[in-house]
Design a binder for this molecule. Structure first.
Ligand SMILES: NC(=O)c1ccc[n+]([C@@H]2O[C@H](COP(=O)([O-])OP(=O)(O)OC[C@H]3O[C@@H](n4cnc5c(N)ncnc54)[C@H](OP(=O)(O)O)[C@@H]3O)[C@@H](O)[C@H]2O)c1
Length: 337
């Protein structure tokens, strides 16, 4: 698979979001099935795997690290040199911990716990999962710089942040990547986050690039989601009225899918890959077949003319449901509607 740069890190141009093996999309698979799916992704050319300390069943504190352990075991099973894959993980930084230990020590402690679960000596990319308004991002940037100096991480990033926060952080220590929500139905980052990142050599890692499955064309207003740990019960685009309202976008994707002998999910990924050279989407799936389908979007190359036609038609569609990306520890989306 072609590669792209996130700061100085080189990654496959499509990564794997591993969250669903532990949280977020209903019943989780057994560990062996998850590991097999991750190995299949690597075999298909994926070298970039996204996890987080928080990803565990129902996001319960007692389940912290469930996903990191799976990713760690899968990489061990792979048995390839450590430099052949890129692992991104994330931390939440509670105010009391930062106050008690200092920002650097608090972050370092979270990182060491993640590394132990991953069974790795370093993480390639370490994100602050959400900004904590009690803690200046400058202090986080400084701490991340120190951790790079200690070779415990190779780069760092921020998630669900506006450009003002990225700029403040990047001025203290270079940010490798920003992980915000981005898909055909969540395009706020196009306004100034992506342009700023492009100008400053920062990668953009869109999460939920298939809009939690909506852009695969396989979800209808009649689709019932599991009640157990399934974010699709509150993701705005998946409210029944928004599924109906966004149908013209799904129709457009089917039209291009027919034209390119591809699937709607692949077209939605090919669209963002064509649009920006610094974007590396991390679609998520618990299903090996869909993981391979999504990774194969790398082979669906839109011509400039096709892209312009798609872009124009998309810009004429009204988008229903909106989450936006400006979130923090005090303003987390989870549970809001
Ligand atoms: N930084 C953050 O705050 C944040 C937030 C959310 C996620 N993330 C990261 O971003 C990754 C991706 O986010 P996401 O999982 O929400 O992305 P997504 O790929 O937009 O949505 C995943 C959902 O879409 C379905 N899906 C994916 N590909 C499909 C396909 N080709 N056909 C049909 N259905 C498909 C999956 O179903 P199945 O599993 O049943 O196949 C799953 O229900 C996560 O795994 C996680 O690592 C980060």
């Amino acid at each position: 698979m072609k590669t792209r740069k996130l700061g100085t890190l080189e990654v496959s141009e499509i990564g794997m979001g591993c969250m669903g093996f532990s949280h977020g999309y209903g019943q989780i698979p057994d560990e062996a099935t998850s590991i097999e799916a991750i190995l299949a992704g690597y075999e298909a050319g994926c070298t970039f795997f996204d996890t987080a300390e928080a990803y565990g069943p129902n996001l319960l504190p007692k389940n912290r690290g469930h996903n990191e352990r799976i990713v760690g075991k899968a990489m061990k099973r792979l048995g390839v040199p450590r430099k052949d894959y890129v692992i991104a993980t994330k931390l939440h930084l509670p105010t009391d911990e930062a106050k008690a230990k200092g920002v650097y020590q608090a972050i370092r402690d979270h990182l060491l716990a993640s590394l132990e679960r991953l069974e790795m000596e370093y993480a390639d990319l370490y994100y602050l999962h959400r900004i904590n308004p009690d803690i200046p991002v400058e202090e986080v940037a400084e701490a991340m710089g120190k951790l790079v100096g200690e070779k415990l991480i190779l780069g760092w990033g921020l998630s669900q942040v506006p450009v003002t926060v990225i700029e403040r952080a990047h001025n203290i220590y270079p940010v490798s990547a920003v992980q915000n929500i981005y898909s055909m139905v969540e395009r706020d980052v196009e306004e100034n986050v992506i342009p700023y990142c492009l100008e400053h050599g920062i990668g953009v890692v869109p999460f939920s690039p298939i809009a939690s499955g909506l852009l695969s064309g396989k979800i209808t207003a009649n689709t019932e989601f599991e009640k157990n740990d399934d974010v699709r019960n509150w993701v705005p685009q998946l409210k029944k009225e928004n599924i109906v309202g966004n149908q013209p976008i799904i129709d457009l994707l089917w039209q291009f899918a027919g034209l390119k002998e591809a699937t709607p999910a692949q077209i939605s990924l090919a669209w963002m890959l064509h649009k920006y050279p610094n974007v590396v989407p991390i679609p998520g799936s618990k299903n090996k077949g869909r993981i391979l389908e999504n990774l194969k979007a790398s082979e669906v190359v839109l011509s400039e003319d096709e892209f312009q036609r798609l872009e124009k038609a998309l810009s004429e569609c009204e988008i229903h449901g909106h989450r936006g990306f400006d979130e923090s520890e005090k303003n987390r989306f989870l549970g809001r509607r």
